[in-house]
Design a protein around this ligand. Structure first.
Ligand SMILES: Cc1cc2nc3c(=O)[nH]c(=O)nc-3n(C[C@H](O)[C@H](O)[C@H](O)COP(=O)(O)OP(=O)(O)OC[C@H]3O[C@@H](n4cnc5c(N)ncnc54)[C@H](O)[C@@H]3O)c2cc1C
Length: 378
């Protein structure tokens, strides 16, 4: 077993880190305060080839897998978790989904535009009454001549206000057993009847866009159905396995930022005549943060590796997301504590990390939903 990164994995890490230092870190606090979508940074990420990382080369991407994506996402999220989630959703829930489940025409039509950043992707599964119980969605897709008519409301959609392509899960067969009557559709933002609704005012990842998306008699041509009618929920679940690697990597990135800020601060701040890292209470917190960070990263990389090998990875993806998100929240809590009063202010980035960390335990399957998935797979 070799724990070293390969040469190209190191290259992805280094270019991600350089990009994060140059493009993301200087603006992250301001964009968070202004709740301003980081459009320029996302476009620059596209130019660096990051948006197409997991898209096959024949469709304009880099043709790399989940492990490379996790390595990149750690770097981006260590600087700005709003950019991190936007790119994670785009890569894992849209591009990888389409590359795996789309047909040749759909891939040719959309993947090059997703790789170049011409289109950003949004994943529309959740509805106001269907969160953890995602199979309870009600958005309908009724068969009409040449396609389907979509009606319904999607909630909490990341990149909702800026997406060019929506992957929408809707019920095509209301009589089918729960979860078996759902289908997957590709819907362009310009479609008549598609509107972006309420923008959520959030605790963290405030620069990311989170909105309702409404569908009122939206016509979707037959050729924009992904996979088979009724096969949509299986696609949603498979896609979420990959997404959970992304959120695991996001957790690792925020966690690492907490540790780095805490080591730095504790070596500078003096109390009782010594720097506070000399106190065992502080040093032990740092030791636990560092140990849990390594454990999280190893779980995330293992899950990504399994998925890239095409081996069963559902349990590993949920374990990685469960552990990494909880460890990240513990690290954020300790990071604020180590900074004392300073950590409670916007003068120091740990205040933002603390708010951003919270979401990692909620989206793409809340903590207890991961426990359900893991326990069912034991
Ligand atoms: C910022 C943000 C971005 C998001 N982005 C997207 C997106 O791009 N696309 C998308 O489709 N969705 C998105 N979501 C939705 C997200 O996936 C859901 O919020 C999440 O699945 C939880 O659903 P819920 O909020 O309805 O909570 P609920 O399902 O109501 O859960 C509330 C609580 O009950 C617990 N719970 C629920 N069921 C069980 C159970 N069976 N056993 C034990 N505990 C249970 C949960 O763990 C949670 O603690 C986003 C959400 C947020 C906040």
């Amino acid at each position: 077993m070799d724990f070293h990164l390969t040469e190209d994995q190191e290259m992805i890490r280094d270019s991600g880190r350089e990009f994060a230092d140059r493009v993301l870190r200087p603006h992250a606090a301001r964009l968070d305060a202004e709740e301003a979508f980081p459009l320029e940074a996302i476009q620059e990420a596209a130019e660096s080839g990051f948006l197409g990382l997991t898209i096959p080369e024949e469709f304009g991407g880099a043709g790399l897998g989940s492990l490379h994506a996790a390595i990149l996402l750690e770097e981006l999220n260590a600087a700005d978790a709003s950019v991190g989630v936007t790119i994670s959703v785009h890569m894992s829930l849209i591009c990888s989904m389409l590359a795996k489940h789309g047909n040749q025409t759909q891939k040719e039509m959309y993947l090059p535009r997703l790789a170049s950043g011409e289109l950003l992707g949004a994943y529309c599964l959740t509805e106001p009454q269907a969160g953890s119980d995602a199979a309870a969605i009600r958005t309908s897709a009724n068969k009409v001549d040449g396609g389907y008519l979509l009606n319904g409301t999607k909630a909490w959609i990341t990149t909702g206000a800026h997406a060019g392509l929506f992957v929408v899960y809707a019920v095509t067969d209301p009589e089918a057993k729960k979860g078996y009557g759902i289908s997957t559709f590709l819907v362009e933002a310009s479609a008549d009847g598609l509107t972006v609704g309420k923008k959520e005012a959030k605790l963290g990842i405030r620069a990311s866009s989170t909105t309702e998306v409404l569908f009122e008699d939206v016509f979707v041509p037959e050729e924009n159905l992904v996979g088979k009618p009724g096969g949509g929920f299986m696609i949603a679940l498979d896609t979420l396995d990959g997404g959970r690697i992304g959120i695991g990597a996001q957790s690792v990135g925020i966690h690492r930022a907490c540790l780095e800020a805490s080591v730095k601060y504790s070596r500078e701040r003096e109390q009782f005549g010594v720097t506070i890292d000399r106190f065992q209470a502080i040093a032990f917190k740092l030791a636990d943060m560092a140990t849990e960070l390594d454990a999280s990263r190893l779980l995330v990389h293992r899950a990504a590796w399994l998925r890239d090998q095409g081996e069963p990875s559902t349990k590993a993806c949920s374990m990685a997301k469960l552990y990494a998100s909880m460890a990240c929240n513990r690290a954020a809590q300790d990071a604020v504590q180590i900074h004392g009063g300073a950590g409670y202010t916007k003068e120091f980035p740990v205040e933002r990390y603390y708010r951003d960390a919270r979401i990692t335990e909620i989206y793409e399957g809340a903590t207890d939903v991961q426990r359900i998935v893991i326990s069912r797979n034991l």
